[in-house]
Write a protein that binds this ligand. Structure first.
Ligand code: NDP
Length: 308
């Protein structure tokens, strides 16, 4: 069965849902496919305290539920399902979903997000949202005055460690080698911060605790010795992977796979295809910035339709 829509949105994080709200209010009658993880990355965080408009904070899942409802209130057709193929070679774009539906879309908004990489420990899954996080800006506040660990050796890990050092009593930066991958400037910031302790050659073994985390077992890659860090939070900062496999070879991407958008715009290299949120943002990665670019994408889609 083939359907037609003026605007198809792929992804259901803050970017996708905000695009849905704006596109529906502009009468584009958008269809939104939620993707693998309805609600996106925020559904795996607990409290969100930095999204404007929630003075008491809100849980990630509740916020995404509110955004979905707001989207539907204006008529966005929100669907549970995954897009499995796209043909962007001509307009309308031809998009196939895992339920077998084929959709012809005049405009496409890609808001498929990025996925944080995890270590793969069972305990990391168990404590996710209860002491384990992949976002210091989101969750660091809950660890004020406490001891935490950050895992990774790149710019993200260094940035997270310095951010947390402002809030926390002590930060262990656990890196699996004896040399950081991060830029020299970031390294210097880390080395200059007195309450960051480097744990070199540190291989994460286990995150331990009861209801919440109270320790992190790290093995020395050289000596084999195990050490217990008495931390209440473990921040995993070993990189993100943008969810762009569907668009490889078609849309312009940087070397890490993030979609490239035009300056001050969400437009990609294909007219009528827009990208919003973490799929095109490796710098800020916040719900509010994702929502902002989702809004931009819907406005740009509406203007594009007015021009063709
Ligand atoms: P990177 O891929 O640069 O670094 C990932 C780090 O995690 C590496 O040190 C890597 O170790 C370590 N790692 C990977 N897998 C594992 C694992 N399974 N166990 C333990 N450690 C692991 O990712 P980033 O997110 O740090 O950076 C991504 C890009 O974004 C970079 O280009 C970076 O420069 C950029 N960026 C720029 C910022 C800025 O300019 N302000 C801020 C943040 C990111 P190893 O080194 O041994 O491979």
């Amino acid at each position: 069965m083939t359907e037609k829509t003026k605007c198809l949105i792929i992804g259901s994080g803050p970017a996708g849902y905000t695009a849905g709200i704006y596109a529906a209010r502009a009468d584009l009658k958008p269809i939104l496919y939620q993707g693998l993880q309805p609600g996106g990355q925020l559904t795996i965080t607990t409290e969100v305290e930095n999204f404007p408009g929630y003075p008491e904070g809100i849980t990630g899942p509740d916020m995404m539920e509110d955004l979905r409802k707001q989207c539907e209130r204006f008529g966005t057709d929100v669907r549970w399902g995954i897009i499995t193929a796209v043909d962007l070679s001509q307009r309308p774009f031809r998009v196939t979903a895992d339920d077998g539906k084929e959709i012809l879309a005049d405009t496409l908004i890609i808001a498929t997000g990025a996925t944080a990489k995890w270590l793969g420990l069972d305990s990391e899954k168990k404590f996710n949202g209860y002491g384990v996080s992949a976002c210091a800006t989101c969750d660091g506040f809950f660890y004020r005055g406490k001891e935490v660990a950050v895992v990774g050796g790149g710019d993200t890990a260094c940035e997270e460690a310095t951010y947390l050092a402002n809030l926390c009593k002590k930060v262990y930066l656990v890196h699996r080698r004896d040399e950081l991958r991060a830029s020299k400037a970031m390294q210097q910031r880390v080395f200059r911060t007195p309450n960051i302790e480097m744990v070199w050659n540190g291989i994460p073994k286990e995150i331990v605790g009861g209801q919440t985390v109270d320790g992190f077992i790290v093995k020395d890659a050289k000596t084999g010795e195990e050490r217990r860090l008495d931390v209440e939070g473990v921040f995993i900062a070993i990189g993100h992977k943008p969810n762009t496999e569907l668009f490889q070879g078609v849309l312009d991407m940087d070397e890490m796979g993030y979609l490239i958008t035009k300056p001050d715009s969400t437009a990609t290299n294909i007219h009528g295809v827009f990208a919003a949120g973490d799929v095109q943002d490796k710098t800020f990665r916040q719900a509010i910035t994702a929502a902002g670019t989702g809004c931009m994408a819907a406005i740009e889609a509406e203007r594009f339709l007015g021009e063709i």
